[in-house]
Design a protein around this ligand. Structure first.
Ligand SMILES: C[S@@+](CC[C@H](N)C(=O)[O-])C[C@H]1O[C@@H](n2cnc3c(N)ncnc32)[C@H](O)[C@@H]1O
Length: 291
């Protein structure tokens, strides 16, 4: 007997599960804002392995696999990985039509041997038959969903019984030093609202409800930033920084400068991120009846 757990979904913001229209039409209309955040991670990582390579290795791709990436963004998992990608069928979906178009165009160039299907789709209600995919990846996107448990149920419905789903998210300490500067200027909470919607703890409970095997793997990394402009750009890519007035921008620049001075010209920002590797989706009542 499976005990259905009720998960309290915490504080929401328009970024963290609160406003899909804002996410589709503003925040992720194109890749500009996401690129400002990605730049910080790419430019200042101390990890030996880059994130796209690390995630793809967890996905364990095999020749001929049917693969889905939900919330694909600009498709960087496929364009930025230095690893070879076996010949597979890749379905890309994202809430934002602009992102899907951008991702598909870039992947067609970077991975010409991959068979591609790309379309806008909400992970909470996916237009695919049960058990359509051998591999599913949802990379840093479930915390945007108004109903992340519905997204998790869709992943478990779509992945084959012997398949794997990789779900990346962040923990409570993620980018704490950067969040402290943001809190100083905008009065926001130091702990990001995304963690309450789908962080490591909440995410584990939701996934365990629909997968019999869920493992959390941490990605060890720390950012050593040397250019304050990159930190300012990161904070200005997100609410409330994306609506800052001129006075707040000056205040933000000063606060970031002070953080760099405290570190002798370097701002060290800790990361708390990784992915769940999920196997053995729970058998549905229909599947159980068919056996
Ligand atoms: C933080 S970005 C991550 C993009 C990409 N996975 C990456 O890691 O570079 C989150 C993505 O989730 C998408 N998204 C937000 N809500 C969604 C939903 N309900 N269904 C599908 N995608 C969604 C956004 O449009 C955005 O492209």
């Amino acid at each position: 007997v499976r005990i259905v757990q009720t998960v309290a979904v915490g504080v929401r913001s328009k970024f963290a599960g609160g406003d899909q229209t804002y996410l589709r039409d503003e925040q992720y209309r194109d890749e500009t804002r996401l690129a400002a955040r990605a730049r910080l991670h790419l430019k200042y990582r101390t990890s030996r392995v880059a994130w796209p390579d690390w995630v793809l290795a967890r996905l364990d791709l095999v020749d001929g696999a049917a693969v889905l990436e939900a919330g694909c963004g600009a498709g960087w998992l496929w364009t930025d990985s230095t690893e070879p990608v076996p010949s597979c069928s890749l379905t890309l979906t994202d809430l934002s039509p602009g992102m899907v178009e951008h991702a598909a165009a870039a992947i067609r160039v970077a991975r010409p041997t991959v068979r591609l299907d790309a379309r806008a789709a909400d992970l909470q209600a996916m237009p695919f038959a049960d058990r359509s995919f051998d591999r599913i990846v949802a990379n840093h996107m479930l915390y945007h969903l108004p109903d992340p448990a519905a997204g998790v149920r869709e992943i478990a419905r779509l992945v084959r019984q012997d398949g794997t789903a990789v779900v990346a998210t962040n923990g409570r300490r993620h980018l704490r030093e950067l969040n402290e500067v943001r809190a100083e200027v905008f009065g926001t909470a130091v702990e990001d609202a995304t963690v309450e919607v789908f962080g490591v703890e909440v995410g584990f409970v939701m996934l365990r409800d629909v997968f019999d095997d869920v493992q959390w793997l941490a990605f060890p990394d720390e950012l050593r930033c040397t250019d304050p402009a990159d930190v300012v750009a990161y904070i200005r890519s997100l609410p409330p920084g994306d609506e800052a007035d001129a006075e707040q921008v000056v205040e933000l620049e000063r606060a970031v400068e002070r953080a760099f001075e405290r570190g002798g010209g370097v701002m060290t920002i800790g990361k708390d991120t990784g992915c769940f590797v999920c196997r053995r989706p729970v058998v549905t009542a229909v599947e159980a009846g068919e056996r």
